[in-house]
Design a binder for this molecule. Sequence first.
Ligand code: NAP
Length: 236
Amino acid sequence: MHITGATALVTGANRGLGRAFVRALHERGVKKVYAAVRNPAAVVDDTAVRLDLTDPASIEEAARVAGDVDLLINNAGNATGAHLLTGDLADVRLEMETHYFGTLNVVRAFAPVLARNGGGAVLNVLSARSWVTALGSDGYSAAKAAEWSMTNALRLALAEQGTLVTALHVGYMDTDMVKHLDAPKSDPAVVAATALDGIAAGAFEVLADEVSRGAKKALAADLTVLYPSLSAARAS
Ligand SMILES: NC(=O)c1ccc[n+]([C@@H]2O[C@H](COP(=O)([O-])OP(=O)(O)OC[C@H]3O[C@@H](n4cnc5c(N)ncnc54)[C@H](OP(=O)(O)O)[C@@H]3O)[C@@H](O)[C@H]2O)c1
């Protein structure tokens, strides 16, 4: 997939990693960026499109308006911090509606657009949390795990029309989503550049940092490697 000259649509383009994607796309000479956001008034330099992942009609309308897209970046997401066992089920549902059903609706709406425009590419922004959960972000992890499986299925389905589907996995990034956390964080600009390099190279998967590379490797090990507290639970 050639990034230079592409027409891209980025969801959640107004801040965080989405904004970093928009900048990186312009640096690489794209023809046009549709900034797909909940509040179009917040977009100044690009073509604003209203898109709320929890509003299927807005997704349909975005696909109608942005009919020249050949690079779809599914970046928008939320994190409520809901616990699966005790948290508000409305928050658990919202994360699933956003990351899973919302992103799925976007791909379903844009698949014919991408087919008409030569196949193109889809990038789904996943997480190291697709592979390793933690209490405190377990509702989020479950939604990201579902989005990972969905991404794998859509890659198979869209191969027929020549659409590349790339999954981006990353640990913490320095954005609003985790501003309350005191932990090492990647620079979203570096993550966006790494992801675009992956798309340009035709990669199915981009592991943008050591955390995501370590999480993937640990999946093959005993579960106590990913979850050391289980060793104590087993011993007691
Ligand atoms: N930050 C991290 O540590 C981290 C790590 C791994 C993966 N990720 C993933 O990276 C992606 C970007 O997150 P970020 O860190 O940039 O977060 P962020 O700074 O909180 O930005 C989230 C973006 O998603 C948009 N959004 C939220 N709910 C939406 C909805 N229902 N419809 C449309 N847009 C919606 C927000 O729009 P508003 O401005 O309107 O709220 C905002 O533009 C997400 O998929 C996230 O899960 C983040």
